[in-house]
Design a protein around this ligand. Structure first.
Ligand code: SF4
Length: 755
């Protein structure tokens, strides 16, 4: 049994009293999302009427989930905390590092050889610290979480943006960076801005060709890729309860595509059925016992406009199947309009490949509905006009659909089955001919369709649809085909029409699996050795950062004065650097290489004050470090916007930068800097940015009396002998000042654990 029943019992034992207390304190009915949030306030966090979109609140999530690409740095950091075990139940899933090339077995073999040291590392760390480990081939993180860990009313964070998928089982599940995961595993509170609330009322019932995917494709069309930012989307209404649990998962999954913090559904019969079908009868029984707490209060549903910041209503009975794209998931086109829109836009209408599966759409229901169409290919004398691939979301689904003959049916029409992994959804698709960069169209049931996302080809036009619609489109091979009205010509020259898909929500014979790919951690991991080869290029154990020396900082060099936008991509580039995410020293060779030097308008070209020569940023900083000289980085507005990637804070810390001084910070990056023991400072007068000169030597004064709300002073020693003193602000609270003094938040935890 992978899931932690004792933890769930504890959550359910406390949840009603916490919700009642919140309702009383606010003096009004609560939505479901509010109930879950209030039930998960950290013990140090006082209950209050938090302001939506404004208040920062500390939470205590129930679980942490990590995928293989992001888990590496999260776990390397966690190892520094010195804890014998993770503070909350956690799991690691090997799914991103597997390339789809030929077919499942062969591809898996190649991946387990290529990334052996990473998988072995993740396996041994998991074993040691009490973390559930899912081997390569076990499945995609979000499908495995839904099948094993998600539970109604729970709160989870995960190091992947589609962690939100678990909202299909009534959770508040949120995607975060590795540093946040590390904090929660180490027992620290987790901070989130109290979200706004968007209500989506679903009336009517899905029918015919329309699937849950079409709900979120429609919502994405309404809200756009930014419309959900800072909000939790709560779905309700008769249309919600009539839908399967896995269908709800699909809708929540793509909440990431509208920028939502997360999405969720109230506990209902479909969730109960799914819990029972996946071996969690006990969880279903417990959820039944507190079901009024796992849904919004009745008044919310009666007058939703009073309780949500925004309300959307969709009638499922009238909803049409959609294809969204190309290049953005919010460009929603109902299938009846696709012909005219595609022609008007000059999109290539020949479909080269149809791909179904992924974490978004690989439930038993999805595959059974797709297979009902695949059967018609043979029954009606048709042939598949496009290539067709299936990426099952988990071994449990794969094994069950094989047992039930679905894979045979797919194979008979010429489909290819890839490994239970991310593969083509994350660019890990070694597609033959993609390097020619030809203009072409694919349709898939994944979630994202940005340029290059699937196959690296910027000219691949990718459209997102339900698995059943994708299957129909692959049969027709034509983007302008509307399966609801159009006919196809069969091998006898007859015009035939595809029947609407049908399937089963859950397998009649139950789920089966031979080897789910699960590795339980050692009961006592103290004797487990985590081995990292010191010569490894991909992994490196972390050394604790040194504590503050107790003095003001004198004689710092200006490393770079960055001009304009400086996002986490400018600070720690992705792409080819992804493979070094577990090796701090190697990935530090990308530090700030995308930032534009104010003094010469060039990227990765700065003056080395020791030699007077211009060179790359990382090499220059390494020269300062070798000479025992600290440095400072100066930046513009919203420095560090973009992802929550902790590497952008760890790299400068590792290479000896002492402070980042900017006009303003993106908040998550500012917090990441503080956690790593860096000084994150802002100009009191933004015009002082102009006073920074290329050859300046910089002092930071006031650190010996560093206190919340007290500005510090920066002294700029210019080359001509003149001096400027400027006042700089910070947002450190007392706790964060302790992080700075200790050299980082993890150093404090380690000390606490040792004591
Ligand atoms: Fe992310 Fe795609 Fe993998 Fe899902 S299948 S976790 S969206 S990469």
């Amino acid at each position: 049994m992978a899931f932690d029943i004792e933890m769930i019992k504890k959550v359910y034992a406390n949840l009603p009293a916490k919700v009642d207390a919140a309702r009383k304190a606010l003096g009004r009915p609560l939505t479901l999302a509010e109930k879950i949030l209030f039930a998960h306030l950290h013990s140090d966090q006082q209950l209050s009427n938090f302001e939506r979109g404004k208040s920062y609140v500390d939470f205590a999530p129930d679980r942490v989930a990590m995928q293989d690409a992001t888990a590496q740095m999260a776990l390397l950091q966690f190892m520094q905390a010195g804890r014998p075990k993770v503070a909350v139940p956690s799991s690691v899933h090997c799914d991103h590092l597997i390339t789809a090339r030929v077919e499942a077995k062969q591809d898996l073999q190649v991946a387990t050889t290529e990334s052996k040291e990473v998988f072995d590392f993740l396996s041994s760390v998991s074993n040691k610290y009490g973390i559930d480990f899912w081997k390569p081939g076990a499945g995609i993180i979000h499908q495995v979480v839904l099948e094993n860990y998600a539970f109604p009313g729970g709160m989870m964070i995960g190091t992947d943006s589609h962690t939100v998928n678990a909202g299909g089982l009534g959770m508040v599940a949120i995607g975060v960076g590795g540093a946040d995961a590390c904090d929660v595993m180490a027992g620290l509170p987790w901070e989130l801005k109290w979200p706004k609330l968007i209500g989506v009322k679903l009336t009517g019932k899905l029918n015919g060709w329309t699937a849950p995917k079409d709900v979120i494709l429609k919502v994405a069309g309404i809200l756009t890729v930014k419309g959900g930012t800072g909000a939790i989307v709560e779905y309700f209404g008769e249309g919600a309860t009539s839908m399967s649990c896995t269908g709800k998962g699909t809708i929540c999954n793509m909440g990431a595509e509208i920028g939502a913090t997360t999405s969720t559904f109230a506990y209902d019969e479909s969730m109960s059925r799914y819990l029972k079908a996946t071996g969690r009868e006990e969880v279903a029984a417990m959820a039944d016992g507190i079901k009024n707490y796992l849904t919004a209060d009745a008044e919310v549903y009666q007058s939703p406009e009073k309780y949500f910041d925004q309300l959307i209503e969709i009638n499922l009975s009238e909803l049409e199947p959609h294809l969204n794209g190309p290049f953005t998931p919010d460009l929603a086109t109902p299938i009846s309009k696709m012909k005219e829109v595609a022609v008007a836009n000059g999109w290539p209408t020949k479909i080269e490949v149809g791909l179904i599966g992924s974490c978004t759409n690989s439930s038993y229901e999805d595959i059974s509905r797709a297979v009902s169409l695949a059967k018609q290919v043979q029954d009606k004398g048709l042939t598949l006009k496009s290539e067709f691939t299936i990426t099952p979301g988990s071994e449990q689904v794969r094994f069950t659909i094989e047992r039930d003959g679905f894979l045979d049916t797919f194979n008979q029409i010429g489909a290819k089955v890839f490994a239970n992994a991310c593969g083509p959804c994350i660019g890990m698709w070694d597609r033959v001919g993609a390097d020619k960069k030809e203009k072409n169209t694919i349709v898939h049931s994944f979630n994202r369709n940005f340029a290059k996302r699937a196959d690296g080809n910027p000219n691949t036009y990718a459209f997102v649809g339900s698995p059943e619609l994708v299957t129909a489109m692959a049969i027709a091979g034509d983007l302008t085909f509307n399966p609801m009205t159009d006919t196809l010509t069969n091998d006898k020259g007859e015009k035939v029409k595809l029947d609407a898909p049908n399937g089963e929500e859950l397998p009649a014979k139950g789920f089966s699996v031979d080897d789910p790919g699960y590795q339980a951690p050692a009961a006592d991991g103290s004797g487990v050795q985590v081995v990292v080869d010191p010569a490894s290029k991909r992994l490196q154990l972390l050394e604790p950062f040194p504590a503050w020396e107790g003095t003001d900082l004198k004689g710092l060099k200006l490393l770079i004065k960055a001009k304009g936008k400086c996002t986490t991509d400018h600070i720690s580039m992705a792409g080819p650097w992804l493979k070094f995410r577990g090796h701090l020293d190697n990935i530090s060779n990308n530090m700030l290489i995308g930032a534009i030097n104010y003094f010469n308008d060039k990227a990765d070209s700065i003056k080395n004050e020791l030699t007077g020569e211009y060179g790359p940023v990382p090499a220059t900083q390494r020269a300062y470090k070798a000479a025992g000289i600290g440095s400072i980085v100066v930046g513009d507005e919203n420095y560090g916007e973009g992802s929550s990637r902790e590497h952008a804070a760890m790299e400068p810390r590792h290479l000896g930068v002492r402070a980042i001084l900017v006009k303003s910070f993106a908040r998550i990056h500012e917090t990441n800097l503080k956690k790593q023991g860096m000084l994150a400072l802002t100009f009191n007068d933004k015009n002082d940015y102009d006073k920074i000169q290329e050859d300046d030597t910089v002092d930071i004064d006031g650190l010996t009396s560093f206190a919340p709300g007290q500005p510090l002073t920066i002294v700029l020693h210019h080359k001509d002998g003149s001096v400027d003193k400027i006042s700089v602000n910070h947002t450190y609270n007392q706790q964060q000042i302790e992080w700075f003094k200790a050299g980082g938040a993890l150093n404090i935890i380690r000390k606490q654990v040792a004591a």
